[in-house]
Design a protein around this ligand. Sequence first.
Ligand code: AMP
Length: 306
Amino acid sequence: MKLLVVGSVAFDAIETPFGKTDKILGGAATYIGIAASILNVKSGIVSVVGGDFHQSDLDMLSGRGVNIEGIEVVKDGKTFFWSGKYHNDLNSRDTLATEVNVLENFDPKIPESMQDSEILLLGNLHPGVQLSVLEKMNTRPKLVILDTMNFWMDSAWDVLMEMIAKTDVITINDEEARQLSGEYSLVKAAKKIHTMGPKFVIIKKGEHGALLFHDGKIFAIPALPLEEVFDPTGAGDTFAGGFASYLAKKEDFSFETMKSAIMVGSAMASFTVEKFGTEKLQEVTEVEMMNRIQEFKELTTFEVEV
Ligand code: AMP
């Protein structure tokens, strides 16, 4: 196993200026698993769902080569449910409902087949659960990537700090980086977050791209300008999934490789936003992915003579 993913497998109900869905497939680990499969990276998910979860969605994941042995099904429980409504600019959203359900008592169990994973990607969950996963691994993975959000900064600061101290790469959005560091400047924010533990800090800026900070160096990448953005849900998770999968493929965790990985993550996320939920991502072929990476290269490469 190259990539172990721990995160939500969920139902989402999404409302954007373009439409509205009933309960559809969602969850951070779902987006990440699909992203990994597009790059043909062997991944496994550790999560929990209720008896109401659809077997067809589990079959979809395993059909794509995602190991779902670690997705526990609590027969008499209900699957995590999240509902959100996007504002007109699509850059911000209100959470309408979070029903934690079976995630409330989630006690992750790592199947033997996933114990030797090289990369651990901890999706947005309670930092105590994230820490417990790391503690349950027989050997520390070569790279620990952490996604988190402002909710945990407000409600579980100390344990979040403990988790961040054990993290190699943290991915957060600009607003969260400011809250975590108490600094408005993202450069100062990244410096402060480095002192908390992570050697690599990735700050996502939605439609304005992402920044990578490491050892005094900064790399910036835009988001692909798209004619139509339909639903941003899962873009951050897809980004993390594409990023981690590229590193898994290259087996190299240097700053230079991470620059390319950020481009792959951004290219992958640009698909997710084109349709509701995971719909578009499920349709993407490897060739389409390669073409989009090429578009990204053309968008960002230039020479200048001074
Ligand atoms: P993103 O748009 O990248 O922030 O991720 C959206 C996904 O995260 C949705 O599919 C939700 O099911 C999932 N999600 C939202 N809130 C939480 C939470 N508190 N814990 C775990 N997963 C969540």
